[in-house]
Design a protein around this ligand. Structure first.
Ligand code: HEC
Length: 148
């Protein structure tokens, strides 16, 4: 009986990612670059929402493309910043690639005026924000801790 309980606990904890504040251990320089990207993405998401409800697919395509290309590793990072970011947990990059993949799919959907695809991918992106913040940014968005 004990064995079954233990196995169940182990399985459950393997599925739930424990909150991690690994980002707070980065140097101020690297962390500020990362935060700047987050704020850039936040403004982009607001603008995409407005342009989606205004039927401006061309603008959605343009902004989603900018977010797709904003990946922290490809922009304004010096080798020492990259080295530091590589120390973050693997799960962080899994969610990060979901965000950028969502932006890429959203840009494609907008190019073909596929409204349903645009909404689907916009919310895929929103989901990645929530998933990552509730795991790696609970020091910044503390409400996620209260929910447990
Ligand atoms: C792969 C993980 C990840 C994804 C995906 C992600 N974020 Fe973040 N975000 C973080 C982390 C970690 C912080 C906290 C940074 C810190 O405290 O240094 C943060 C902080 C922020 C901040 C606050 C920045 C500041 O100046 O304090 C904003 C705004 C933000 N994110 C917006 C978004 C939006 C909008 C999305 C989705 C479109 C998103 N993020 C997706 C990890 C992520």
């Amino acid at each position: 009986m004990k064995k079954i309980v233990l196995t169940t606990i182990l399985l459950t904890s393997a599925l739930m990612a424990a909150p991690s504040n690994a980002v707070t251990k980065l140097s101020d320089e690297t962390r500020n670059l990362f935060k700047a990207e987050m704020n850039f993405i936040k403004i982009g998401m607001d603008e995409i929402l407005y342009n989606m409800i205004a039927g401006n697919d061309e603008k959605v395509q343009e902004i989603a493309g900018e977010i797709r290309d904003s990946f922290v590793f490809t922009k304004s990072l010096k080798p020492h910043n990259v080295k530091e970011l590589q120390t973050l947990p693997k799960q962080f990059f899994v969610v990060d690639s979901e965000l950028h993949g969502g932006a890429s799919d959203l840009a494609n959907a907008a190019e073909f005026n596929d409204k349903e695809g645009m909404q689907k991918n916009y919310f895929k992106m929103v989901n990645s924000c929530v998933q990552c913040h509730s795991t790696f940014a609970t020091h910044r968005f503390t409400k996620f801790l209260e929910e447990e």
